[in-house]
Design a binder for this molecule. Sequence first.
Ligand SMILES: Nc1ncnc2c1ncn2[C@@H]1O[C@H](COP(=O)(O)OP(=O)(O)OP(=O)(O)O)[C@@H](O)[C@H]1O
Ligand SMILES: [Mg+2]
Length: 466
Amino acid sequence: MTRLSPPARILIIDDDPSVCASLKLLLKLNGHSSSIAHHPSEALEYLTAEPFDLVMQDMNFSRNTTGAEGLSLLKAIQDHDPDLPIILMTAWATIELAVTGIKQGASDFVAKPWDNPQLMRIIETNLQLSRSEPVNANRQTLDDQFDFTGLIGDDPALTRILQVVARVARTDAPVLILGETGTGKELIAEAIHRNSTRNDATLVKVNLGGIPTSLFESEMFGHVRGAFTDAHRDRQGRFAQAHQGTLFLDELGDLDAHCQSKLLRVLQDQQYQPLGSSDSEHSNCRIVSATSRPLSELVEQGLFREDLLYRLNLIMVEMPPLRHRRDDITVLARHFLAEISAHYQLPDRQLSQDANHWLSVQDWPGNVRELRQTIERTVLMTDQVIIERVHLSDQSTLGGDPGQLMTPAGTTLDQMQAMMIEASMARHQGNISQTARELGISRAALYRRMDKYSIAHDSSDEPGDD
Ligand SMILES: Nc1ncnc2c1ncn2[C@@H]1O[C@H](COP(=O)(O)OP(=O)(O)OP(=O)(O)O)[C@@H](O)[C@H]1O
Ligand SMILES: [Mg+2]
């Protein structure tokens, strides 16, 4: 079911009369009025004559299928009105053309033939977004209107992100959250769901880095009994669980090529088939995704599909590393100190001025998570009421702490590696991607070492793309 926005005026530009007619009817059924232009010049005449809220534009208008005409029309419309949302329509085979258009500033794209509910969602989302006012409030005012519980800090960089979340939370726009490990991407995903109209339904979190390729479809789409040897009963997939709610695709950058194309298909059609079933199912979920890997570099290297990226990043936010918002360090440290002391029922502690200074000049490669862990270890290891710099630096792994690697005499290099892997796995609750990242090796290299040292992992896991 699509949430309807107020009636809009939409310009349909396509040389195929049947496409125009069916689109016009679909829009009418959804309460919107439209005009039809069969040719670029006709489209521009319409646009100068009356105001429109959105444009649906085909990419090819002649036998020449390079898309050049489509791209130059796109440019002409943008010159006429830079704020007008433009949705490109193109065949699956020429989806790259749409991607070029997106880079040139089109708002969104849809592949022909389309699925009506999915097309309406894309249209409604773009209307909602273009009608949503930018939010310029400060942290205090944001907190009066939105629920940003648990997100500590009022550095301008974080506030700007919360302003974006405030503006888009109530739309269905897909949001992509980038940023280094430990910067709070998951907290932002939770805040988006909490402040959306879907907050009565579930937020389903999927760690894409943790799903072996061979299990991807059954995990995401579910399966019916008997679909494969171990499928003893029907199982709901993540898309079904997230119906009416939000699906959080975490570690998106870890997805291999095969799974990327499966995911793109379902996002394109909003339809999927559980394994072993011949019936298509439909999921209405809002997609929020996150990764700490450099997605645009992965795209350049051909490791991540550009069309999938543009399906997911209608709204994109990049979490600043902690070292770029140093003013928040003291605030966060004080918050964690109180929270952790209360959690362990320990007396209140305070940080000395020198300790605060030390915290605020560290680089924190593990960002907020690392700051929190440093405070937690310190609280547990010292019984001083005033925490000094030395207490912190003793517990921190920053700058290489020899104490962390102290091993009994006679320990071999292999034993040490095995210990490090086990400790890191425990810290990351067995998450292979996060462990590999912390240790600075690829997932494949981690699997090899785990096999070598007989460290247990799910044997059906397969190394991904590396
Ligand atoms: N602004 C913040 N206020 C309070 N706690 C925070 C903030 N940002 C992050 N944290 C805490 O830091 C830890 C890491 O946050 P989170 O899991 O959201 O990071 P992430 O960006 O998803 O990391 P990764 O890429 O490793 O998955 C969590 O314990 C979270 O509660
Ligand atoms: Mg995360």
